[in-house]
Design a protein around this ligand. Structure first.
Ligand code: DX5
Ligand code: ZN
Length: 215
């Protein structure tokens, strides 16, 4: 069964608690933290995590698109992040970062931008909890899915099978109800979806259909 992580970047932030209550039985809630340097957009951070602490929500899946994420890992985990996604690009000490996320009790996911090859994470595949394949260039919700980038799912799935690794494969960017079944068939375990959930008439129904997808 596939897992879904709706991205609140696509939600109406003026009605955040209503929006969060619309995702029904979502497995996770995806939080896109951007600093205007690592990506060309600024979103939200610690204060939003604190606000979420005052309402009911699915477990938090935090995607850090910021320079030097190591500075903030502890804050996000203490505010409830169950998964922390850090990019391989620009991280000089990725192994140390993964180890530190895991030691603090959260799931360590490493993110690949569309132009970053699977080879960039080969040496950490045995220790990560997940790999996130970006299928848009990170920065904004509502962008077009990049099919070439999704080929990495096949590679990651094949390596996982061959080596017996336990990492999950997540996909983020332009995922919708039309491409989701194929992504799951090819090995994706977690679908991160912004516009396709929050701009749908019934987000709850989208969540239900994605959760019903089987490999
Ligand atoms: C993009 C973010 C995504 C984004 C997904 O930089 O990492 O999580 O919010 O939004 P959609 O599904 O609309 O592409
Ligand atoms: Zn994201």
């Amino acid at each position: 069964m596939a897992k879904i992580s709706p991205s609140i970047l696509a939600a109406d932030l003026a009605n955040l608690s209503d929006e969060v209550s619309r995702v029904g039985e979502a497995d996770l809630l995806h939080i896109d933290v951007m600093d205007g340097l690592f990506v060309p957009n600024i979103t939200f951070g610690i204060p939003l995590m604190e606000a979420l602490g005052r309402i009911d929500h699915p477990p938090l899946d935090v995607h850090l698109m910021i320079h030097d994420p190591a500075r903030y890992i502890e804050d996000y985990i203490s505010l409830g992040a169950v998964n922390v996604h850090v990019h391989v690009e620009g991280n000089y000490h990725l192994h140390r970062l993964i180890t530190s996320i895991k030691e603090q009790g959260a799931g360590a996911f490493v993110v690949l931008n569309p132009s970053t090859p699977v080879g960039a994470v080969e040496e950490v595949l045995s220790i990560v909890d997940g790999i996130l394949v970006m299928t848009v260039n990170p920065g904004f919700t509502g962008q077009k899915f990049i099919p070439e980038a999704s080929l990495k799912i096949d590679r990651l799935h094949a390596i996982r099978e061959a080596e017996g690794y336990g990492y999950e494969i997540a996909v983020d960017g332009g995922v919708n109800l039309s491409n989701a079944p194929d992504l799951v068939k090819r090995g994706a375990d977690i679908l991160i979806m912004g516009a396709a959930v929050f701009r749908a008439e019934s987000p709850e129904e989208v969540v239900r259909s994605v959760k019903g997808l089987k490999r």
